[in-house]
Ligand binder design. Structure first.
Ligand code: SF4
Length: 192
């Protein structure tokens, strides 16, 4: 699944405009520290745990540079007062890296190109045209069942449309044959 910023990350212009963002800084996992744009270490200064609305517990690690006041890059690298601090969710970065690898693989590219045609039009139709914005059932199994029913309804509608089109084409071609037969029929010339 695509995460926020996936599309931006794929653009060269994004990195050109933001050369000093946290994602561009080198991380040394063994020392648990980052290297800032002029090559100075950004030391780990602590972790912060919080719980999201959905109940997921996440940990954000903080790293701080130490000589920003005298650095010629001050003001370009970051705009905050004092030494630059970055906040990193390592678990999130790990999951993003996994997603990025899948999304940019050959198989991922194939699924991504099929998605707008096969999936998004069906979701758009369901939400926008049919007003389906909430599931009526709760729980993964029941939601899967409800999704299956919706997909069946959409597929039946598509099937009816295809059969209708085929029937129309057959009718048109039968009418065409009758008309051409009538036109080609030899005229009866009276002999008296
Ligand atoms: S401003 Fe601070 S963080 Fe940025 S390059 Fe200079 S020392 Fe490093």
């Amino acid at each position: 699944m695509k995460y926020n910023y996936f599309h931006r990350e794929q653009q060269k212009s994004y990195w050109e405009k933001h050369p000093f963002v946290q994602n561009r800084l080198h991380y040394n996992a063994a020392r648990n520290e980052y290297t800032c744009p002029i090559g100075q270490p950004m030391r780990h200064i602590g972790d912060q745990r919080s719980t999201t609305k959905a109940g997921y517990v996440q940990t954000v690690s903080r790293y701080q540079a130490s000589n920003c006041a005298t650095c010629p890059m001050n003001g370009v690298c970051h705009k905050a007062k004092g030494n630059r601090i970055i906040e990193v969710n390592h678990r999130l970065n790990e999951l993003k890296a996994q997603a990025r690898e899948k999304l940019t693989s050959e198989e991922g590219l194939m699924h991504r190109s099929a998605r707008p045609v096969e999936v998004e039009s069906a979701f758009g139709n369901l939400k926008q045209n049919k007003g389906f914005t909430r599931f009526m059932l709760r729980g993964l199994d029941k939601v899967a069942l409800e999704t299956g029913l919706l997909a069946t309804a959409i597929n039946l509608k598509k099937l009816v449309r295809i059969l209708q089109k085929r029937a129309e084409e057959r009718l048109k071609s039968a009418l065409g044959s009758v008309l051409s037969f009538t036109r080609a029929r030899p005229q009866i010339i009276p002999i008296w």
